[in-house]
Design a protein around this ligand. Sequence first.
Ligand SMILES: [Zn+2]
Length: 605
Amino acid sequence: MKTPPGHSSPAKPLLEEHAASVFPAAGARGPGPVPGPEAPRRAGHRAVMISFDGVSGTRLTRLLSEPGKLAAGGYARLAERGLLAERMQPPTPSLTAVSHVTLATGALPWQTGIVSNTILDREKPFPATISGFDAPIRAETLWEAARRQGKRVGSVLFPGADGKTPARSADWGMVYVNDPIVAAKLQTPDAAAWNAADSPERGSFSPGRRLTVAFGKTAHSVTFAALDSTDDGRVNYDRLRVEPEAGTPSEVAPGNWFPVEVRGEEGRTGAWCKLLSLAPDLSKAEIYIGGLYRNAAYPEDLRRSLDDRIGFWPGPPNDRVFGAGSAHPEVFLEQAERFSDFLTAADLFAVARSDWDLLVLYQPEVDSVEHEFLLSDPRQEGFSPERSARFQGFIDRIYATADRELDAIERALTPEDSLFVVSDHGMTPVWTDIAFNEVLRQGGFVRRNAEGRVDASSSAMATISGGIAHIYVNASAPAGTLEGIEKLLSGFRVDGESPWDRIVRRADARSLGLDAPESGDLIVLTKPGIVLSARTRAELVGRPQELGAHGYRNAYADIAASLVCAGPGIPHERIGDVRSWDIAARVARALGIAPPKNAATTASR
Ligand SMILES: [Zn+2]
């Protein structure tokens, strides 16, 4: 990082802890919907809200001031026309599911019920959990409010608008695909793996050799023919012909990416693959076979249109094969850029449709690159100035990618459209990991079953994400369990210091916006730099699996999200701070509708 560590220290609170007194509609128990002074004002205009996950307002502002860093000019052009906030305060915890639901509803976790990325599922026996991306949203969303008021809404991947229930549905939407049909694998065939071909390969000056790779346990496969393109009397293969089940064969050299599509699935289905290396005698090869995926969308004919127009779902970057500790971390970035380009094609396809008044769009790749490569503090494992500079360059590049995607989307809109470019949180470097349920286990509050999971007989369990844990006490736990856990944690030290930022009982969590029935009986937030994990190792304190994290209290500069917006009625100005729970009302205003029922409304802007 260019700024000295002391300057960007994440331990320095920047923002007030939650704004209950300033924004009563969001922070206090108000009398329900707040119409506010900016109720319907204009009609007939369109609005787009796009979230680039993990774009830090602090970093974005710095990159905007450095010539050439955001070369496409998407962010800069929008800021010139409209409003740039240097920081946007996320809710606490600053997590993806929590923050997107706050953006969509204008409400805080105590109103939305989305209090973390993983929550205890009270519909099921203890200690079952539910994802914060799947859990019911208690507050009205922008897409519900817009549709209730006669507007049409489209969604591309926006968290919460996944089409699973009527409340979670836009009029149409593309949905994030988490699980591949077959997981990605790095294939490393040796010479014996290649079969002699029946006949010489066309265009090859060495004997034919072929290799077929199956996609997991499916009937699908892809065949490679080794080619020698040099007529030099030597057996030195230098490329492969790829023969997929569907589509035309192609020739690839080491370093090339190639798509492989399979036949007979419902919808276009394929994998993005890369030839990493190929020994001339085939004694060694590295062929990355990407995860096998297809698109998900509602209604069904939208999926078919996406298949035709933009192809199969490429999937996110692979941190297992191409992570920061791998031999090819730059490939992670190539995957992130491909995924971003694919999603931009989906976004542009959505923009080009005529059947929407509100579009909610989501792109995750800045977040994934920061998690993997945010190496900026000498306390982090593997830190060196050179490695840090290289990895920070990766992060700058993915911000530049987001800027390029934004540029394309902005150009596809008209000046009469309002465009809100938001994010859900920033990111801080992390160097310490605490195996949190193991802390509870060694303290006698958690029991593990044969699979290593928290057993139903446990007195308590914790759901963990980034820097927050919700601790739920089992109804059958003995009296004094909560007090015992508080005592255990208050005495816990890492290198002689308490790692905790806050330890708060649910009833006392109002100032955090977390006094929700969905919250744990006890809420624990770590200091930035420290993450919690569900690891089951005996050592309680270790190194994190990633370099960047979030999920802390919303008071730190590095954790702040970002906002740039422009459109009719949005004045040109640059401001310091805005709050993410004010955005839904602004979007509603641009659309000419009343805000979602629980949305915070402010008297100005
Ligand atoms: Zn996020």
